[in-house]
Design a protein around this ligand. Sequence first.
Ligand SMILES: [Zn+2]
Length: 297
Amino acid sequence: MSYYDLPCDQCGHPNDINWDICHNKDCAETITAPFIIRLASIAAEQTALNDNYRLAKTQLGSKGKGNALMIFEDMIDRQASVTMTAPVDFVFDWFLRKKDAFLPYRKQVELKIREHATYVNAKKRSYVDSAIFADREMIFGAMTLDETGLTSYGPVIMILNTKFVRRNTGLLIENSFNFHDRIVEEHKWTVNDPLPAGNLCVWNERQKLAVIKCKEQIVSNDDSSRFSEYILKSTGDRKTDEFMEAYIDAEFYPAMVEKLKFPADLITDFETNPDLLEYKLQFEELGRKVIVESYAK
Ligand SMILES: [Zn+2]
């Protein structure tokens, strides 16, 4: 098998991760695993993730932080979710009027639903996305332990259904822009090289990647109340937000959102604006939990 091959579930034939159909003509089975799951499942990624995780655990154990590590991993296991953030108008419009699949950036531009971003922003986004996902396009979210989100993308936090996340989501150790800049600096990475392995995982292995990411912080402070901010720190500024980036590789509908969180200063709007209040009631009729809470925007 070559670097980017995975064995077919049905016949074992090695297929490149970018193929959606098994290339063994006698099998020709459709490959159903989302691309991001395949990318995180190649042998080199698996080996590096497991090696780095074991090393981080040993280091923490030898520093007497085994107990803090146990609490950390248990929190990741029980509390982790994926959130996406958006402006209020977008959320209402999508949930109550459009109700169709959420489209990634390039499809929105193709369909003229949104304008092109500026040349500089579009160039960097496309460049970094291609470096990781080749010709695929992901929907972006972030992992959280306390249902917070990156409010630099909007004040409303959408908390995604966990079963949907488990089947369709991969995680990167950090924001893909920072990741790209780091691998260029540290590894002299070019597009001809495989991505440095061990920075990507499927949802079910999230605690391994989280331990690798946060091992220094767990060492310096085993106060579990701070673990949430080690995993996601929203600063309101995209350049300084710190988080594990989540890639949703599936059609994404409002039904896959489990809860919506609005910042507390919108309560006034709910009370004084009959339209907003009506929207809120409609959300609740859809069986969604609407939470109004104080959080930094
Ligand atoms: Zn096959």
